[in-house]
Design a binder for this molecule. Structure first.
Ligand SMILES: [Zn+2]
Length: 291
């Protein structure tokens, strides 16, 4: 799933290619991805893309005051083309969920992008709204950890008194916007904190480490993703990971083996030497199976 750094890079990618162009047509390939009906997607036709913004993991195309907002979720992706076919998209079982055709008087073909979704989970979500705050997931977003005013004190206010495990807190979009399963693993590894540590129990030094790690990990990933075409972002993300998705590999920091804790529909990775004083965390799925 794309998180803050990849969505930021996609926003920049779209800013360079879509802003200033007129929306020729929006085709829906999968009606279930569209979460709003008023205004209809056809209302975007003929209007100019004026800006592209990111809210947490949401992308927001400002189309002359209307907003085409989407969340790629776990299996969604954006595919840009300088020459999209103009034959109408037939709704059906293809991964193509939405196609945005743009007008460009200088080129023969139609530039634009497809939103696609692989797999069966169908969580890709598209909204056409008058105000991005009309999207429920945006209205409830917590602060953006890369915002200029998100200082260590802001993080201290968030974790202070919280009874949540820090891993869950970092992933909670209503607490912090944009961090998901992958970057929370990376941030906690860089901060040398156990994913199961209770947020409110972190001392001042730990909160400072966490803030520094979050800014460094996310800024590094934004830098690595910047300027890359959409299709290369997934590989760039994977290549930058130190523990996430690296179960059984060697921790580059200390040489220990990266371990995993599995849950029903996700898993986390961590390094025991770096993060838990060598303690191996119980894998709840495994212990449930063994019980
Ligand atoms: Zn390590």
């Amino acid at each position: 799933m794309p998180e803050l750094p990849e969505v930021e890079a996609l926003a920049e990618f779209l800013r360079q290619r879509a802003v200033g162009r007129v929306v020729a047509r929006v085709d829906i390939g999968s009606i279930s991805v569209l979460k709003t009906y008023d205004p209809p997607p056809t209302a975007l036709g003929g209007l100019t893309v004026t800006a592209v913004a990111r809210h947490g993991k949401f992308l927001d195309l400002d189309v002359d005051g209307l907003h085409l907002v989407f969340h790629l979720a776990r299996a969604g992706w954006l595919r840009w083309s300088d020459n999209l076919p103009t034959t109408p998209v037939k709704p059906g079982k293809s991964p193509l969920a939405l196609r945005v055709l743009l007008d460009d008087p200088d080129v023969e073909g139609r530039p634009g992008f497809d939103l696609t979704e692989q797999g069966t989970q169908k969580r890709l979500a598209v909204y056409v709204v008058r105000d991005p705050q009309d999207v429920p997931g945006i209205a409830t977003l917590g602060p953006d950890p890369m915002a200029d005013d998100f200082d260590v004190e802001a993080l201290r206010r968030i974790v202070g008194g919280s009874r949540q495990q820090i891993k869950g807190l970092l992933r909670d979009q209503s607490i912090l916007a944009g961090v998901g399963n992958a970057y929370s693993d990376e941030v906690l590894h860089a901060a040398r904190l156990s994913p199961f540590a209770i947020a409110g129990s972190l001392d001042d030094a730990a909160v400072e480490r966490l803030w520094t790690a979050m800014r460094e990990v996310l800024a590094g990933a934004v830098d690595a993703a910047r300027g890359k075409p959409a299709k290369e972002l997934k590989d760039a993300k994977r290549a930058g990971m130190r523990v996430h998705g690296r179960t059984g590999q060697i921790c580059a920091t200390c040489g220990d083996t990266v371990r995993e804790v599995s849950f029903a529909d996700s898993s986390l990775q961590y390094c025991a030497t770096c993060q838990t004083g060598g303690k191996v965390l119980a894998d709840r799925r495994m212990s449930r199976l063994l019980r």
